[in-house]
Ligand binder design. Sequence first.
Ligand code: SAM
Length: 336
Amino acid sequence: MSLVDQLSRPLHDLRVSVTDRCNFRCVYCMPREVFGRDFVFAERDQLLTFEEIARLASSFAKLGVQKIRLTGGEPLIRRNIERLIEMLSKIEGIHDLTLTTNGSLLTREKARALKNAGLNRISVSLDSLDDEEFRRINDVDVPVSKVLDAIDAAHDAGLNPVKIDVVVIRGRNDRTFVDIARHFRNSGKIVRVIEYMDVGNTNGWQMKDVVSGAESRDLIAREWQLVPVDPNYFGEVAQRWRYADGAGEIGIITSVTQPFCGSCTRVRLSAEGELYTCLFAGKGRDLRGLLRGGANDDEITNAIASTWRVRNDRYSEIRSEATLGLKKVEMSHIGG
Ligand code: SAM
């Protein structure tokens, strides 16, 4: 019998954060005031090793996971990530292996190495094409040209379709994100417009900062007619639209205004081996302790299955003033 949670949701996707560190200090994700010099990141021996991640991934695959996304922090900071990709790509049942990056370390050579190791696709985060605005957002002075080069490198290496993830925030990039859609029309790359979410407790999120997916879509549709497209599979987070003139496709991700908890098939593993069944959870289940305590494969698989079976979270559907104050894991800890 297939594994489902309390709300009959199957387990299909695993997101693995390979590090809690990032070389960007995006003002809405890892603000410098919080993640500054004094911030204590995980020590090396606290991070799961590649062997530990691969072992857990095999257990997840046995339970129905078919897709793995590597994230962070910034996943390309983790040295030799290709070695992990190679290990994961050999696991039976894993059909889709992808990675989310800020692109700053994605050279042509790196993109080719990732592809050769077995990575299928890549998503690159990019919130503005305006160089000044982009530098203000990443807060470490990385120019936008670097990320644009990375996107081309990924495309040329065959990590397709490359997705460009854009978080739209009122008063920051809500007037300029349509330029990103324009830039990537006719390129084969897919821009995905993401609502700003109340993840973590450090970014000072307020509902008034959220630009709804509907508003973002309308702003794009003012320029080019859009036609809805059916989802690729159950649980796909992005609503798909294509340009009527054939210039390609975009995605709209509305986790705040139109939550999709009912079809959430995702589980997340932090860099330190905690298992989270929700992006907005306050606490995870420690799998590293099990691994390092000598648990065998069946015990590990059972621990994961029992966590999934009792899962009943649906934070985005019950989001309210009352839930906003709950303690939640930071995005940099479990990735997007
Ligand atoms: N460093 C990698 C990157 O930049 O893609 C991976 C980790 S980053 C946390 C993953 C994604 O989460 C990025 O696209 C980022 O913009 C997004 N993100 C961070 N905080 C967010 C928030 N509050 N709401 C929506 N997306 C957010």
